[in-house]
Structure formats: structure tokens, C-alpha cells
Design a protein around this ligand. Structure first.
Ligand SMILES: [Zn+2]
Length: 306
């Protein structure tokens, strides 16, 4: 009987422990007052993140297709949020083509980038895509012109955000970094939320998605250095990392991504044969997605250039 009482007592204290952990978890979330919704594009597992307090929202990146950005639009409406900002982290199409439809629906949203380089790259790709017929299903992104007065006014609508602290009305602070030498993109920015202890790394991290490597060796070196600097900067902070491609993870992704780039380079110098390298990379990284999309141009680039 005594033993049984003791056992019940232990059970009771264990459950109290878990209940109190649970409460802490809830209250910390409540005091931070921020929530996140995640969206994934179908073509490259590219990510878009909606972060919001009880009223106002920041969207980080806007996916590759208007049809997919509609899901973001729906959440904002269903939750009756005010979309205050869209931050485009860099000028690659898989991160901005959903902008137009959001802008049409929420005309007051401030579309921001960290520097002129990102804005220029967005405009470069928009012109390229329109010229090549890739905006046929993306009419909200067609460039504004004499002929198309309803088009998207890239020069006017995309603003360069001054400073590096973005604050949402009603709470939520975000630290923006954009001081990165050319790597995955020539210009890129990342967002850290101290409230959530989350790094939105944009395309400086890919999680279980084959990494874009069709860039010169110097950019690959820079990219590795950015990851090393993350390791130092966020060392033992227990951060979560929300990448530009793939699911959220922790800070082990920095080393995983460095290793991926090293494996890729060593196979390039070892084999000089496209199919062999493709096969080897796929077998080294069997769970990683979109190999057929990202790997062939990456391999071609290095076989041609070395
Ligand atoms: Zn990118």
C-alpha cells in the first residue's frame, strides 16, 4: 500500500511537471504574441512564411505562382489580418512571382527589399520571364507599360527598406541582415526573430532539397562562409532555422549544407561526367528533393567552367 501510494505520488509529480512545462510553453507563445503559417511551392519546395500578431502580418517571400499564393491570401482573409509587409529576400522568381496577386488584393501592403541589388534582380527576372512567355498565367506580374496600364509597377511598388529592424504594428520585431557577399544569389537577406528565436535563412539554407550550385566557386566559398558565420552568431542559442527550400529544422543545417557543397565539388573534380555525378549525388542524398531540377544545371555549370 505504501509503495502504491509512493508510485501514485511519483506519477502525480511527473504529470505536474509536464503540465507546468506545457503552461510555460503556452504563456511564452502568448506573451510573444506571434504565430507562423508556412506555405510550400510545388515546383521546388520553396517556402513562404506568414508571421502575424493578433492583427498585423509580415509575409517573407511570395512563392513562384499566383495560383499558390492564393492560399496565403485565403489565410489572411480568413484570419482577418492586415498584411502590413511583404519582404522579398532575394530576386529569384520562386520567391516573388506570387507578389502581384497579393498586391491586387491588399493594395496597401508595403512590398520591401533590403537593397537596390535585390530590386534590380527582381526587375531583371520579371522582364526576362515576360519576354519568354512565362507570365502567361501570371498576369498580375506583367510589367506596367503604356500598353498594359494595369500591370505591376515594379519601380514604384517595391520599396527599399531603410535600417535593419522591422516592427509590426501591435508587436513583433525582426532583425534583417543583408550584408552578404554574392552566393546563392548576388544579393540576399535573412530575417531573425528574437521573439521566436527563429532564423528565416532564405536560400542560404536548403533542407533536404538539392542545393542550387550553378554559381562560380567564389560564390560557393562565400556561401560556406555565410553558413560558418551563422554557426558563430547563433552558437548555442538553440535557434530554429526556417529555410528558403524545405522544412524547418535546427542549427545542424549549417554543417549539413556546407558538407553538401563539399561533396558536390569533390564529385565534380573526381568524375567529370554528368550522369555519374548526378547518380552519386542522388545516392549520397537519397531523401533530398528536386534533384532533377537543381542538379543538372549545377553540374553543367561546373563541368563547363572547370
Ligand atoms: Zn534563391
Amino acid at each position: 500500500m505504501k509503495n502504491r501510494l509512493k508510485f501514485i505520488g511519483i506519477l502525480f509529480s511527473i504529470s505536474l511537471f509536464f503540465i507546468s512545462c506545457d503552461m510555460k510553453e503556452n504563456t511564452s507563445k502568448m506573451s510573444k504574441n506571434l504565430n507562423i503559417e508556412k506555405y510550400t511551392g510545388s515546383s521546388e519546395s520553396e517556402k513562404s512564411y506568414l508571421i502575424y500578431n493578433n492583427k498585423n502580418a509580415l509575409l517573407i517571400d511570395a512563392l513562384r505562382k499566383s495560383s499558390e499564393a492564393k492560399d496565403i491570401l485565403k489565410t489572411i482573409k480568413d484570419k482577418d489580418l492586415n498584411l502590413e509587409y511583404i519582404l522579398v529576400t532575394h530576386g529569384h522568381p520562386d520567391h516573388f512571382v506570387g507578389l502581384g496577386i497579393l498586391k491586387k488584393e491588399f493594395p496597401k501592403v508595403k512590398i520591401i527589399v533590403s537593397n537596390q541589388g535585390i530590386k534590380d534582380e527582381i526587375i531583371f527576372w520579371a522582364k526576362f520571364m515576360e519576354k519568354n512567355g512565362q507570365f502567361e498565367n501570371e498576369s498580375p506580374m506583367k510589367l506596367k507599360s503604356e500598353k498594359n496600364k494595369d500591370g505591376f509597377d515594379y519601380h514604384k511598388e517595391i520599396k527599399i527598406f531603410e535600417g535593419n529592424i522591422l516592427k509590426l504594428k501591435n508587436g513583433g520585431e525582426f532583425l534583417i541582415s543583408s550584408n552578404y557577399s554574392p552566393s546563392e544569389a548576388d544579393f540576399i537577406s535573412t530575417v531573425y526573430s528574437p521573439d521566436l528565436n527563429i532564423l528565416f535563412s532564405s536560400d542560404l539554407c536548403y533542407n533536404k532539397v538539392h542545393m542550387w550550385q550553378a554559381i562560380d566557386l567564389n560564390k560557393i566559398k562565400n556561401w560556406k562562409n555565410h553558413l560558418i558565420s551563422f554557426k558563430e552568431k547563433y552558437n548555442s542559442k538553440g535557434i530554429q532555422v526556417f529555410p528558403g527550400h524545405g522544412e524547418e529544422t535546427d542549427d545542424t543545417i549549417f554543417d549539413i549544407n556546407i558538407k553538401y557543397m563539399e561533396d558536390f565539388q569533390s564529385l565534380i573534380s573526381q568524375y567529370k561526367n554528368k550522369d555519374k555525378i548526378l547518380e552519386e549525388m542522388k545516392s549520397k542524398y537519397p531523401e533530398w528533393k528536386h534533384g532533377d531540377f537543381f542538379l543538372p544545371p549545377s553540374i553543367d555549370f561546373h563541368l563547363k567552367n572547370e
